[in-house]
Each structure stands twice: as C-alpha cells, then as structure tokens.
Design a protein around this ligand. Structure first.
Ligand SMILES: *Cc1c(COP(=O)(O)O)cnc(C)c1O
Length: 694
C-alpha cells in the first residue's frame, strides 16, 4: 500500500517555503546572482501556483464555489489585517484614508497580504471572462497579463514607447504595481481551470525549457536595468502551464492538512521574521542568526512551519487507524467502477451515486468526493442529515433525498440546496404548504408499494404540478424484483417499466416538464437493456459487489472497494476436550491453537458468522472462526498456521496473498445480502484510504 501522492496539495508546502524565501533572501550572504535566481525567478512560481490550484478546483465544480471562496478569502484577509495591525502601525502607521483604502482594496494591508485582494478580484474577473468562452477568456486574460508585464519586469522597455509610458503613468496613479487582481491573477486562474494532463515527459521537458528561458529573460532584463518589479515574466505562464501539468500527472488524492499548513505559513511568516530578529537581538546573536542569510531563512522557515503545525493540529495524537479493526477503502477501485458503469449507460444517461447509509459502509464523504473527482455530478442519500453531511463535505451537484423529510424541514432543504422525493400526494401538499419553493422529484409507485404517487393517478400528479412551491425537477420509480431472472419476476419488472413510462408519456403529452427521469438502480443496469433515462441511481454496484452471487444478464467488470481487517491479538494452545468462548460453544477435538482477533459484532459483523462456517484470512491462509462471535472479539483456529502470531493482520473481507474472501460469499453464509452486510460496518471502524492505481 503506497502512500497516496497528493501532488497538488503537497506542492503547496514547497510553494509556501518559496514565498518565505522571497521575503528573506536565503542566499544573499553568498551569491547575489544565485539569490536573484532563487527568489526573483524560481520562487515566482509560488503565487501563480496558488492561483492555478484555485482556478483548477473552481472549474472542476463549474465555478459554483466562487461565493464560498470569496467569503473565505475575505475572512482570512480580515483576520490577517488585524493580526498585522501592530506591525503596520509600528512601520509608519496607516497613512491617509485614501492610502488606506488603496491598500485594503489593491495592495494589501501588509506587504504579503496583497495576495488576498488580488485573489478576490482575480476570481471575479476570471469568472466573468469564462462567460466569453475558453479561447476568448484566455486571450483576454493573456492581454491583461501582457499589460501587467509591461509595468513589471519589462517596464524599462515599455516606457520607451511614449503611448505606453502615458498608460503606465495612469495605472501607477491608481496602484503601485501591476501584479494584482486585474493584470496578474486572472491568467493563472484560467490556466489552472484549463490545465490538462499531457504525459510526464512532455510536461517535464516543457517545464525545464520554460524555466531556462525565463531565467535567461530575467537575467537579461536585470542586466539592462529594465525591471521595475520582478514578479512577472513573459515565460512565467508557460512555465506554470507545464509545471501544473507535471503535478497533475502524479496527483492521486488530496491532503487537506497540507492546504491548512501552507496557508498558515503564508499568513504568519512575516511575524516569524520579526520574532526571529527580535530574539537574535536580545541574545546578541545577530551575526549568526540574521546576518547569515541562510541561517536566517532556515530559522524563519522552521519557526513558521512549526507554528503552523501546532496551529493546524497536524499531529493530533490518536490511535493508528490500523491498530484494532478497520475498513480499507480503495478509492482507485471506486473510480474504476464509476468509469465502468458510465461506459455501460447510454449516451445522455448520467450516473447518480447512491451514498446512503454512509455509502454502504464505505464512508459517505470520502466516497462521494472520489466520485465527484471521477466526474459524478448527482448523488442520492436516504435522509436530510445525510444530505447536509455531503454538502459540508464539499459535494456541490444535485443531491436527492430518497426517503421522507417532514415539511417542517423545508428551510433546511432550501438552505442546503437538497432535492426531496415526494412520498405521496399528502406529503407533496404538506411540502407545498410550507410556503417556500422546494426542489423535488416525484416518486411514482409502479408496484413496490413503498413510496410514491400510484402510477396512473393522474389527478394527484396534476394537483402536485399545480402547487407553485413544488419545483418538480425529476420523476422516478424503483424496481423491486429486477435482481431476479425468474420469468414471473421478469414479467413483474416489465409491468413496472410499462407503468412508469406510461406515466412519463402522459406528463409529456400534457406539457408537464418531467425534469430528470430515472428508474434503474444497480440491478436495473445489470439485468435490463439500455433505458433512455437521465440518471441511473447506482449504489451497491459502485462499491464493486453484487447483492448476491445470482447470475445477471449484463455482468460488468467491477472491483470491490472495501476490505475489512483486524489484528490477531493473542495466540494460545488448548488441549483436546477443552472449550473456548461464551457458552463453551467450541470444543477442541485435537490440541488446538486458538487466536483472538480484535473485531466483533459491535463492529457490524453478523453474530451468526462463526456458526455458519465463516472464515478469516491470516497470512493468506483461510482460518475457521470458532466459538461464539463476541461483541468486540472473535476466535479463530490457527492450528494449521504455526507462523500465526499476535500483531498479524486478519482479513474478514477482501484479499490477502492470493486468497480472497468476497462479501457475496459471507452474505450468503449468513443468509443476507451484501447491502446489509456492508452498510452495518459501523462508525467504530476507522477508514484507511488507499488508492491503488486505476
Ligand atoms: C437504495 C436505493 C437505490 C440504490 O440501490 P442499489 O441496488 O444499491 O443500486 C436506488 N434507488 C432507491 C430508491 C433506493 O432506495
């Protein structure tokens, strides 16, 4: 299990270290040219990189996150402004109110804080530009960048042209630098939004070339004294495009801690500089700690990262995820299943990821995020609280609540932009009577008789369409025997389909917009020919298992996502005739090595598993469960596995060595379906995320 590479998030740490370098000039004591290259050339990738990741993630979510990002930036900016107020006042006060206003809105309230106004304005401008279409947006942003470039490191050349000199005169009347939200940020935000993988070699070669070209450009401009400032170069956007593509090649996950730590380092490092200098002065160690530029840099870097670590609680002490019993969730397999299922759906039919019951025991937030990264834009949950949890986890597409939500919760449905299923006519009326518009999908009962308006009850359906507060965005039904290929069941399903499409046809004929039409769940995909619907609501198949091993008509190559593992905690030998476990349920017929494993029925394992011949893999060998399953522990027979010892990993579901214990096999033994088995694997089991290559 390799550690996940979260290249985009990890690079933020390096970028933060580069920003600290810009403000401390690490090589100054040794080589002026070297320091120029490090801090005025190489380190100039840092801020554009931050803009590019923002653009990348915003575009991934169709720019829906703009208000949220603006709010977050504004908040951080406000807090930082207060944090640096003492230094601002100490270094000359706040000046006239016009200066102060300019600093707040353009230049930043302290020297490194220009980033916030630039990011906020840049995001707004980039978003507006995207409405022009990609080529026009990029061209416009590139033009703005070129104007900025002429006021930055190319200024000495630009000012020789009288018209340009006049232009920059005007610009510098308003702001001190062109490195801001108008000229500088939009291009990088859009480059991030458009970034694509291009292959490792091409990206690396391109980045190397662009860095060499930018270095030559920088030294050339410095040589002729053209630089008014040194943030912008002609080759910088090219370098950033290749560098970002290179990072995308190795990006296989996210590391939120790196985001928090890098932002914190960015925010606090000027304070660290002040404190390091103060301490050095107090100790009389200025020559060593301040005048030596490299020591100074390393000290500021260590101080900033150390504080950030503490502030972000990076090392919250807690038990290791694999200490006792744990779920292992393979997000690579999940992405593979998303791809396979989408390929099986007809053109125009999207995958709705069903993540109810904590994504069938797989962890709803992480599973939904992985699906979202794989392109899934619609999700289904069982209830309101599950929907809210998904929104909090950063899921932004459609979220449909499949179960009942009382009309008193309409404000929460609206606040979290959730779509509610209408369970029956009365429920629909109650939702409408709550007095505010609410997004709904009409459930149609075609024969399951659980939820929905009875198919063919056109009067009830028409009445719901006449409720102004019901924003009907979809119509769906659920099949109850589509997992069976028995002729009578196949007939029943055909009847359900016919009733559903008849209702949909009636709606269309009467000019009622249906919104999204959907009827298939996992077995609807595995057993039915293509359905011309807008969604397939897939649950169990996404997790790479079927409910049972019974045959299906259109099998797909799906990979199990979840493994269940625990530790062997103790091994002992008992004599023939001795018993083990509660009720003395196991009686040894020979001298038997008994191992205890740290997992039990309170973790969601069926208590019957040991009675029904359940097995566990240790060192790739199947071992029998014996005695009664306890609440938190299980006993296994390792007589034939003399190497077994405490600390070994025991696999209850999943692969170990060449052997596999499949969820279908265990569900069958216990007389249930995998859906129940997996969804019961409960909250006490921590999740270890792995992302084996897709
Ligand atoms: C649970 C559920 C699904 C998903 O079912 P799977 O068989 O797991 O794919 C789809 N639709 C509804 C209404 C459900 O309740």
């Amino acid at each position: 299990m390799g550690k996940r590479l979260a290249a985009l998030d990890d690079f933020r740490l390096l970028a933060a270290a580069l920003v600290v370098a810009i403000h401390t000039s690490p090589l100054e004591s040794y080589t002026a040219a070297g320091d120029f290259w490090l801090t005025r050339v190489l380190a100039r990738v840092a801020v554009p990189f931050f803009f590019m990741v923002s653009g990348h993630f915003l575009a991934e979510r169709d720019w829906k996150g703009v208000p949220r990002l603006l709010k977050k930036l504004a908040l951080l900016y406000a807090v930082s402004t207060v944090l640096y107020l003492p230094l601002t006042i100490y270094s000359g006060g706040v000046g006239r109110w016009t200066t102060w206003a300019r600093r707040i809105f353009i230049e930043g309230t302290f020297y490194h804080l220009w980033y916030f106004p630039a990011a906020m304005l840049g995001v707004v401008i980039a978003r507006m530009l995207t409405r022009l279409g990609k080529p026009a947006a990029l061209s416009a942003a590139a033009l703005l960048y070129l104007i900025g470039l002429g006021g930055d490191s190319w200024f000495g050349l630009a000012e020789r042209v009288p018209a340009l000199e006049a232009l920059y005169g005007q610009i510098f009347n308003v702001c001190q630098y062109t490195r801001n939200g108008l000229f500088y940020a939009p291009l990088f935000l859009l480059l991030g939004a458009e970034a694509r993988r291009m292959g490792k070699r091409k990206a690396a070669a391109g980045a190397a070339f662009a860095l060499a070209a930018m270095s030559a450009e920088a030294f050339g401009l410095r040589g002729i004294g053209a630089q008014r400032h040194d943030s912008m170069y002609l080759f910088l956007p090219l370098l950033m495009a290749f560098l970002f593509a290179l990072l995308l090649e190795t990006n296989a996950g996210e590391r939120r801690s790196a985001r928090r730590v890098s932002m914190t380092v960015y925010l606090i490092h000027p304070w660290t500089i002040v404190l390091v200098r103060g301490a050095a002065k107090a100790l009389g160690w200025q020559a060593l700690l301040v005048e030596n530029s490299l020591n100074h840099y390393l000290l500021v870097l260590a101080g900033s990262f150390g504080c950030a670590w503490l502030l972000c609680g990076w090392r919250k002490p807690g038990p290791r995820a694999d200490a006792r019993a744990w779920r292992e969730v393979d997000l690579g397999a999940l992405a593979h299943n998303v791809k396979t299922l989408r390929a099986a759906l007809p053109e125009g039919c999207a995958l709705m990821g069903v993540v109810k019951a904590d994504a069938y025991g797989h962890g709803a937030a992480q599973s939904a995020r992985a699906m979202q990264r794989a392109g899934v834009r619609a999700f289904a949950v069982a209830c309101l609280s599950e929907g809210i949890a998904l929104r909090r986890a950063g899921i932004w597409g459609e979220i449909l609540i499949l179960g009942y939500t009382g009309a008193e919760e309409v404000p929460l449905l609206r606040r979290w932009r959730l779509t509610q299923t209408v369970a029956d006519a009365e429920h629909g009326r109650a939702l409408a009577a709550a007095g505010k518009p609410v997004r709904i999908h009409l459930g149609i009962d075609t024969g399951m008789h659980r939820l929905g308006i009875p198919a063919g009850d056109f009067a009830a359906i028409r009445a719901l369409y006449q409720c102004r507060n019901l924003k009907i965005r979809g119509v769906f039904s659920h099949l109850c025997v589509v997992d069976s290929l028995a002729p009578a069941d196949v007939d029943y399903t055909a009847g359900q389909l016919a009733r559903f499409y008849e209702t949909v046809g009636w709606l269309r004929a009467h000019g009622y917009p249906t919104g999204k039409v959907h009827i298939q769940a996992s077995y609807g995909v595995l057993n039915l020919p293509e359905q011309q619907c807008d969604y397939a609501r897939v649950g169990i198949a996404l997790y790479g298992v079927r409910s049972t091993d019974s045959p299906v008509r259109y099998p797909l190559e799906l990979r199990p996502v979840l493994s269940l593992r625990a530790r062997v905690t103790s091994v002992r030998t008992i004599e023939a005739g001795e018993c083990a476990g509660y009720d003395r349920a196991f009686r040894a017929e020979r001298p038997t090595r008994v191992a205890a494993v740290s997992i039990g029925y309170a973790d969601g394992l069926p208590r019957d598993l040991s009675k029904k011949g359940g097995q566990v893999l240790v060192r790739g060998v199947r071992c029998r469960l014996i005695g009664r399953l306890c609440m938190d522990q299980a006993l296994i027979d390792v007589t034939d596995l003399p190497e077994a010892r405490a600390g070994d990993v025991a696999t209850l579901i999943g692969c170990d060595g060449g052997e596999a214990l499949r969820a279908e096999e265990i569900a069958e033994q216990c007389g249930t379906i995998t859906n129940e088995l997996l969804s019961r694997l409960g909250g006490r089991l921590p999740c270890r995320i792995v992302a084996k290559p897709v």
